[in-house]
Design a binder for this molecule. Sequence first.
Ligand code: FES
Length: 164
Amino acid sequence: MNEEALQKALSETQNLGEMPDADAVGTVGSPDCGDMVRLWIKYREKDGRKVIDKASFQSFGCQTAIAVASIATELIRGKTKEEALAMKADDLSRPLGALPPMKIHCGQMVEGALKAALEAEAAEKKAAPIEAPSQAGTLADALSAAGKTAGKVKIVMQPPTTAS
Ligand code: FES
């Protein structure tokens, strides 16, 4: 991994923060470390195609995940959903160089959040924008939904404490 590129991505973090008018949001947690990343996407029309206008993220995770998310939210701008879906963790973290084995899941977590957001938008058909991601239960729902689509990232949910 390129330490210089990592430090640059961390000192000039791009697109950090919630996006209230997003078209889609995806959240994925990593059972390897308990970290989590949430990614918002906004689309626009360009030459008759729907492309990603902008993306933003929040990360409750390590520096590598923050750096990859920062880079990824820049890399996917202007891409169609299909083009963005084709991007793997390696593509999203390329400017950082090859991630060491213990950091590979950090990139995969960002890839999982991106895929969850892209696929969430398809499911929602934009008719029902996801609102108030901070509401109780929403995060658990998002994690659960992301777990079905994230592929390489498994979600571990706490069992409910009470039975109704
Ligand atoms: Fe888990 Fe980086 S150490 S996301």
